[in-house]
Design a protein around this ligand. Structure first.
Ligand SMILES: *Cc1c(COP(=O)(O)O)cnc(C)c1O
Ligand code: SF4
Length: 352
């Protein structure tokens, strides 16, 4: 039986906690070399080895179920390629843009919607940063830049610093949203130097957006990392992805949202799963998602209640399922209305 650290360290590990289940082992047999896998010891340590359905394990340890690609699943589920005016910069909505700052992450989430982009060693070149900065400079309607990837907090600090400085010199009023899972999966990566660097940009507003999906992820160490940001003047928001087998129940989600608020983190999004390739085992039906959300609405304060959103595949944009985004429904066929008032059809594939 292979152990997870054997996989991580090429077999030289002393000792270990996690035995791979057959479906996990099968993934490594087939793909161990080719598909991105990374699991920090810290995050692996949150896994209860005796629970095959552990919510952390599901997010972190690959399963051969990822090889099943449904006909409706897409390489680029949000159609982001269509909205890139310059390399690495996605401008889909008038007032905000996304910079794909890194191809790597501290951990590769098995449910990632950019899983065809992440896992590449991409770092933005000076040239790419320059072109994105020029675009931002000539588009004052862009108020906010989401710095995403991949994970910006795994970049060498000098690159992160050069990038943010260049963007701010082009646009001193630009608000930054730094999207990162480092505080969740590798809190040791939130060093004093990282906190200092980011807090240097706080005058025009800088926010950290994390992705906690389950209450067990809010360990003391993880909270220390988050509090270092907050105490340095950087508010922390959270987006949760609704995942079958991880957090698809009212109690886990209500506990998570309440724990976030208690720890000064603002829950702002609950995302319905995007249609990325090989993720159908994580998919909750829209109908069940809406039922779960109805319970959250009854139980949670406005501070603790995130906005439940789905992205229409192919670039149709975000739709608020908690607001008035559902224009019509006939069984699994929905008509959704995005925030620009466009109505588009959405076929809910349901659960496998
Ligand atoms: C979600 C998203 C944003 C940010 O939109 P908000 O509504 O401000 O959260 C920006 N660009 C893209 C491509 C997005 O998917
Ligand atoms: S940290 Fe974000 S970009 Fe990286 S694998 Fe996880 S979900 Fe994807």
């Amino acid at each position: 039986m292979s152990k997870i650290t054997d996989v991580l360290s090429g077999g030289s590990a002393e000792e270990d906690r996690l035995e791979l289940a057959p479906d996990e082992l099968a993934w490594f047999d087939e793909h161990g070399e080719s598909l991105p896998f990374r699991l920090p010891d810290y995050y692996a340590g949150l896994i209860d080895p005796d629970n095959p359905d552990d919510p952390v394990r599901k997010q972190a340890v690959p399963s051969v179920r990822e090889n099943t690609v449904q006909p409706y699943e897409l390489e680029d589920p949000l159609g982001e390629q269509r909205y890139m005016p310059v390399e690495l910069l996605i401008h889909r909505y008038r007032s905000r843009a996304v910079f794909l700052s890194s191809g790597t992450c501290a951990m590769y989430c098995r449910h990632c919607f950019r899983r065809n982009f992440t896992g590449t060693p991409l770092q933005p070149s000076i040239d790419q940063i320059e072109r994105a900065a020029e675009y931002l400079g000539s588009h004052p309607e862009i108020r906010e830049l989401l710095v995403s990837g991949g994970d910006p907090l795994v970049l060498p600090l000098r690159i992160l610093e050069a990038m943010l400085s260049r963007f701010r010199s082009s646009r001193p009023d630009l608000v930054f949203r730094i999207c990162t899972r480092v505080p969740v999966v590798l809190p040791q990566g939130v060093t004093d130097a990282v906190v200092q660097l980011l807090s240097g940009f706080r005058e025009a507003g800088i926010y950290v957006v994390t992705q906690y999906n389950h209450p067990v992820e809010l360990s003391g160490e993880s909270l220390r990392a988050v509090h270092a940001f907050i105490d340095a003047g950087i508010p922390v928001l959270n987006q949760t992805v609704l995942l079958k087998g991880v957090n698809d129940d009212e109690d886990a989600l209500a506990d998570l949202m309440n724990a976030l608020v208690r720890n000064r983190i603002v829950p702002y999004y609950l995302f319905h799963l995007d249609m990325a390739r090989g993720t159908s085992h994580f998919r909750v039906s829209l109908e069940r998602g809406l039922r779960i959300y109805a319970v959250l609405k009854q139980r949670l304060s406005m501070l603790a209640l995130p906005e439940y959103c789905v992205d229409i595949p192919g670039g149709g944009g975000k739709v608020s399922l908690s607001g008035n985004g559902i224009a019509a429904r006939d069984g699994s066929a929905y008509v959704l209305e995005n925030r620009e008032g466009q109505r588009l059809s959405y076929e809910d594939p349901g659960e496998v």
